[in-house]
Design a protein around this ligand. Structure first.
Ligand code: UT7
Length: 334
């Protein structure tokens, strides 16, 4: 498969670290130095579905296709506007698509897992064009009284249309059970006939330092394995795009793999951690910056709850259409 088009949608509201100082016992300095985050987008009038639809329409326009050309829609989200139906089903009508729709849950690694599924459908001949929408509203899953987690997350959506081609050079997925490291309890209500379990507390719970270590080692391992399968070194990729969880994670992986900082763009300072939407939204920013050129090789890597992780190598062959060029937004480099 190869990527035919890419879109992105963000809530209008930016919440700065200074605003969080009014809410919590935290400082702009702590958040910047420990994470690299300056601000994040938080939904106000938007919904996860409206962001997903907006990103999907942009990806279809970029691909020069309509919803009728789609054979499958895959959504990825930690929590959509509803527990069911799926995000994929909710956007289908707005795209005028007539195809199967399903959500796939691999937490922050969802986009990489969805690329693998899309590739399997396309390689087997079961689909010609697949839409992947990674849409997240983590502001509604976050415990806003927990300063150790709520400062990290933001909302947004990224989408790609993939079709037949030779763009996916290699992919590696991994998973291991590790609930205690990173989880959010189910919003299920108690049933009078079932003894209730758990403490009923709501929100993301994370053992930050253990997740940090997992992120650095799994990302480095996945990237190395995917690069080896593609017959190259990670440092030879034109661009290395990591899940935007923490600037220090990105820098640690960069150092382990000997990647040139100028090859690792980041947007965590503007968007924070947007779970599965983070890699496609970073890809969107790189594409619209004009830096990503046809023939370039991209290494993508993500990691998250599960614990899941995955990486892939992609050859890019698409210039950004002039009429769709977004305003260049600031990218920082690792
Ligand atoms: O996308 C899913 C994957 N998630 C990740 O990859 C996240 C991985 N983990 C991390 O990014 C980091 O572990 C964090 C950013 C979550 C935390 O950074 P840390 O350097 O590991 O800090 P820490 O948890 O060890 O906390 C250090 C101190 C503690 O105070 P004491 O015990 O030393 O007095 C915390 O209570 O910093 C305190 N602290 C804060 N202080 C001000 C924790 N959060 C804050 C805060 N503002 N927001």
């Amino acid at each position: 498969m190869k990527i035919l088009g890419i879109g992105r949608a963000l809530p209008a509201q930016a919440v700065t670290n200074a605003q969080l100082e009014q809410l919590l016992d935290t400082t702009d300095e702590w958040i910047r130095t420990r994470t690299g985050i300056h601000e994040r987008r938080i939904m106000q009038d938007e919904t996860v579905t409206s962001l997903a639809l907006d990103a999907a329409r942009k990806a279809l326009a970029d691909a020069g296709l309509t919803g009728r050309d789609l054979d499958l829609i895959i959504g990825t989200t930690a929590l959509g506007d509803d527990l069911f139906p799926s995000i994929a089903c909710l956007v289908q009508q707005g795209l005028e698509a007539d195809c199967p729709c399903v959500d796939l849950h691999a937490a922050c690694t969802g986009f990489i897992y969805a690329l693998d599924t899309a590739d399997a459908y396309i390689s087997s001949g079961k689909a010609k064009n697949v839409l992947i929408i990674s849409a997240e509203g983590l502001s509604r899953v976050t415990d806003w009284s927990d300063r150790g987690t709520c400062v990290l997350f933001g909302d947004g959506a990224g989408a790609v249309v993939v079709g037949q081609g030779e763009g996916l050079l290699s992919i590696r997925l991994a998973a291991q059970t590790g609930r205690e490291l990173l989880y959010s309890a189910s919003p299920a209500q108690p049933c009078p006939y079932t003894p209730s379990e758990g403490d009923g507390s709501w929100g993301i719970r994370m053992q930050g330092q253990d997740v940090f270590r997992f992120a650095v080692s799994s990302s480095a391992k996945d990237l190395q394995a995917a690069a080896e399968e593609a017959g190259m070194q990670v440092a030879q990729a034109d661009w290395v795009l990591l899940h935007q969880a923490n600037m220090r994670i990105i820098q640690s992986v960069r150092q382990r793999l000997g990647v040139d900082p100028a090859r690792m763009p980041t947007n965590i300072h503007r968007l924070g951690n947007t779970s599965s939407a983070s890699v496609p939204m970073l890809l969107y920013d790189l594409y619209h910056s004009g830096l990503l050129q046809p023939g370039h090789t991209l290494a993508l890597s993500a990691f998250g709850a599960g614990m899941t992780s995955g990486a892939c190598l992609i050859r890019w062959d698409k210039p950004v259409p002039h009429e769709l060029r977004d305003h260049a937004e600031t990218l920082f480099f690792a």
